[in-house]
Design a protein around this ligand. Structure first.
Ligand code: TYD
Length: 210
């Protein structure tokens, strides 16, 4: 997509329970207070079709879902969200914040489920029309801490366990190295206000906000 306007695309990533959704919301509030038109989307979900896919993905009680099925549903949800919401809003000059995006598929289905990351990367390119984030904030905590923070109400994916989350976290670190032009690692153990300030500092450093 051509960036003939000031629209930016910011994503938040991390293992389950890391606190990224809180940070995404704090950034949304800040942007709107600053008068920058901004929307927040979450994945999987964010359109009628994508929310229906989310239901199948997270609350399906119909036995085992195959790893390839999971990958295709995650990216199908993303394709609809990108086409219906993200690209049109950016074309209108709005900032878009996403609570998870393509890197979640690389980390969870690639690192977590051991599917081929390069292949998933191609699948992501197809689903997203090759749209990439301008910044990806990776909120990093240890899986032990994350699981402590999650209540007992875990969804299908959150319930898988510590080794799964450990592989996902390792993959996020690999992605942070590979895509170091857009990745920013945030220490998820800090106070939420302090982490938010680090997010804003990075946004200012890149002149995305004043
Ligand atoms: P959600 O309740 O939204 O979790 P969180 O608040 O941690 O984002 O559930 C999303 C779950 O789906 C989460 O466990 C991560 C997983 N997921 C994938 O496995 N692959 C993906 O591509 C995406 C977007 C999410």
């Amino acid at each position: 997509m051509s960036s003939s306007n000031n629209a930016k695309f910011i994503t938040f990533e991390g293992i389950d329970g890391c606190g990224k959704s809180t940070q995404a919301k704090l950034l949304l509030e800040y942007m709107n207070k600053s008068g920058v038109e901004t929307i927040l989307v979450r994945e999987p979900g964010g359109t009628n079709i994508s929310e229906s896919i989310r239901e199948i993905l997270l609350h399906s009680s119909s036995g085992q879902m195959g790893d390839r099925t999971e990958s295709l549903l995650m990216t199908a949800s993303r394709a609809q969200l990108t086409q219906e919401v993200i690209i049109p809003n950016m074309e209108q000059g709005k900032f878009v914040i996403a609570d998870r995006y393509s890197d979640s598929t690389l980390a969870y289905q690639g690192g977590g489920r051991n599917l081929d990351i390069e292949w998933l990367n191609e699948l992501n390119n197809y689903a997203t029309f090759t749209l990439l984030p301008d910044i990806t904030f990776f909120v990093d905590i240890q899986p032990e801490e994350a699981l402590r923070r999650l209540d007992n109400n875990k969804d299908r994916i959150e319930g898988i366990g510590i080794e799964f989350q450990t592989r996902i976290r390792k993959t996020y670190h690999e992605l942070a190295e590979r895509f170091n032009d857009r990745y920013v690692i945030l220490d998820g153990y800090g106070e939420k206000g302090d982490i938010h300030q680090k997010v804003l500092n990075e946004m200012r450093r890149r002149k995305f906000v004043s």
